[in-house]
Write a protein that binds this ligand. Structure first.
Ligand SMILES: [Cu+2]
Length: 370
């Protein structure tokens, strides 16, 4: 009786172990597929690390099989046998020749790998040169990425537009205390199919080169734990044909249109600038309306052409009317672990239904295509 129960418990445990392994393996394999696959490079600066990872992984696999094979062979070949007389096997401790061999071989392998590795690090960071390099400043905030195009004086967030076949030089830093309280942590920018991975450090500038061969969407995310909402800090790169990129630049360089007086949208714009005692949207965001005004960075993303982006709030929500309304109504549940927990991010401004209607109507006018 007891035995049966034990056998059953044992087989249940085995089933659980097998299920666990299957789940773990599929999760690991899932990480290898789709749009964030460093083993599927889509440009020269991602190709470099890829071409290093593959041979290194092969060498590691050969070493692994060799070492494990020798261990398994030794365990079986030299196991204790029934007729064992208890004497010690031949001791190899102090065998100078063996020790030199197993020190020199790994040292040589590492030295050989170090050459293309160091070279690759410089390729990722050095100015690629040439006239057509596009500069983009990347600023890491808790918890969203801001992009500034110094050549065009364009601010945008979460989604970076780039032309194909053009080296893009990222100059990166993290927002510091001067810009907004309680920023000042390290982030890491990583678009696996387009470039290597690089830290964003407050008060310092780091560099990373990126290039896309084909138009398309390339996903990535912050790869350095940066606080409670770190998991909600995603990034997107939209690579487009150079002609489409020129159109994008033109759109982004055109001020937002001011809605006509007397409309719901105009009411929304008024609320945006003055929320009657509550902190105005305009104190953290910019909507650039007049060519004569300077464009400037705010505490939150630039909203001038909000609708030119497909996602918002760290690229975790689709840019739909419903989502925007939910965002204004309750940003803390749309992006957990931000403002209500630590005062960083977008606050809940206690908006009434009427205020929400007007504000959302206004946000929907911030569309360069309309
Ligand atoms: Cu981050």
């Amino acid at each position: 009786m007891r035995e049966t129960r034990q056998t059953r418990a044992g087989s249940r445990r085995r089933t659980r172990t097998v299920t666990g392994i299957v789940v773990l393996a599929s999760l690991l394999l899932a990480a290898c597929s789709g749009e964030q696959n460093a083993l599927d490079p889509a440009g020269p600066f991602a190709q470099g690390p890829h071409d290093l990872i593959v041979p290194v992984a092969i060498i590691a696999a050969v070493v692994f099989v060799l070492v494990q094979g020798l261990i398994i062979y030794s365990v079986i070949r030299f196991r204790t046998r029934k007729d064992d007389d208890g004497s010690l096997p031949v001791q190899v401790h102090g065998n100078t020749r063996l020790e030199i061999v197993w020190t020199v071989i790994p040292a040589v392998i590492l030295a050989v790998i170090a050459v293309p590795t160091v070279q690759g690090i410089f390729e990722q960071m050095d100015d690629p040169g040439g006239d057509d390099v596009l500069a983009v400043e990347v600023i890491g905030h808790r918890w969203w990425f801001e992009y500034y195009y110094p050549d065009y004086d364009i601010y945008t967030a979460n989604e970076m537009a780039i032309p194909t076949d053009t080296p893009v030089r990222l100059e990166m830093t993290a927002a510091d205390l001067a810009r907004s309280p309680e920023q000042g942590v390290v982030h890491s920018f990583w678009i696996p199919r387009l470039a290597g991975k690089q830290d964003l450090v407050p008060g310092q500038t780091t560099f990373l080169n990126m290039q896309a061969d084909e138009p398309g969407r390339y996903l990535g995310q912050c790869a350095e734990y940066c606080g409670l909402s770190h998991v909600n800090m995603r990034a997107r790169v939209e690579a487009m044909e150079p002609a489409d990129f020129d159109t994008w630049v033109e759109q982004q360089s055109t001020p937002a249109e001011v809605p006509e007086d007397g409309t719901l949208e105009a009411d929304g714009r008024e609320l945006y600038n003055d929320l009657d005692g509550r902190q105005a949207c305009a104190s953290c965001h910019q909507v650039w309306e007049d060519e004569g005004d300077a464009r400037a960075a705010g505490q939150g993303p630039d909203l001038t052409h909000l609708l030119s982006r497909e996602e918002f709030a760290g690229a975790i929500h689709d840019m739909t009317e419903e989502n925007l309304r939910d965002w204004l109504e309750d940003p803390n549940s749309m992006k957990p672990m931000q403002y209500e927990v630590n005062g960083i991010g977008m606050p809940d401004l206690d908006l009434s239904e009427e205020e929400l209607d007007a504000l959302v109507a206004y946000l929907l006018t911030l569309d360069p295509e309309s």
